[in-house]
Design a protein around this ligand. Structure first.
Ligand code: TYD
Length: 207
């Protein structure tokens, strides 16, 4: 059986990742593919419990926070993502390891070497087949997130913090163009959906 493909959606606050993840998963399912849509932090019972701790408690020591994100991710990968991919299921994941690089390393100042070591331990050789970076300027994204009315601990960290996060996602995309594609998330919902489908078609479906 062919292994499933692993698609991650990344980006700052208010980029529309959750809506687009839903739409992408539905579109793939309508094309006849078996699909699992999931999210981080969370996505499996243990990882969702860690999500509650991450978002509910704190402030955390930055390294401890990075470890918690990777502990949740390891649980999610081992129990949900890997078994799904092995069973031929396509996985659409709302945030993944690039979020930890952006938020905890670029945003909060954890050393890159810590991320490298934890990623090696938690992920082994697993990498997304495609990462869609939904790009929006920090100010516009935060305004959208605020308008939505729900603010988590990270959304209150200020414009400079969220600017570093945006730059970090763009740097990952520039460093790994084979894995990543940047989509302009300031466009309307429909335009973003359309652009994402184009990338998925070109990189994963037409091959
Ligand atoms: P998420 O549920 O995606 O929130 P939103 O939809 O508002 O973007 O993620 C919750 C928060 O966790 C979000 O503010 C980003 C943060 N986060 C990290 O700091 N590091 C990580 O590795 C992940 C996956 C998320």
């Amino acid at each position: 059986m062919a292994r499933g493909r692993f698609i991650t959606l990344e980006g700052g606050e208010g980029a529309g990742k959750s809506t687009q993840a839903r739409r992408l998963a539905t579109w793939l399912a309508e094309a006849g593919l078996p699909v699992l849509r999931t999210r981080e932090p969370g996505g499996s019972p243990g990882a969702e419990a860690i999500r509650g701790v991450l978002l509910g408690a704190g402030p955390w020591d930055p390294v401890a926070e990075t470890m918690l994100h990777f502990a949740a991710r390891r649980e999610h990968v081992a129990r949900m993502i890997e078994p799904a991919l092995a069973a031929g299921i396509w996985v659409v994941c709302d945030r993944f390891a690039d979020s930890t690089l952006a938020y905890q390393v670029a945003g909060q100042g954890t050393q890159r070497a810590v991320w490298d070591r934890l990623a090696a331990m938690a992920l082994g050789a697993l990498r997304p087949d495609l990462t869609l970076v939904l790009d929006i300027p920090a100010e516009a994204g935060l305004a959208r997130a605020e308008a939505r009315g729900e603010t988590n601990r990270y959304e209150t960290l200020g414009l400079a913090f969220h600017g570093r996060i945006r730059d970090a996602f763009l740097a990952v995309a520039a460093a790994e163009p084979g894995r990543c594609a940047v989509v302009d998330a300031t466009q309307g919902l429909e335009a973003v959906t359309h652009a994402m489908r184009g990338v998925v078609r070109q990189r994963l479906l037409d091959r």
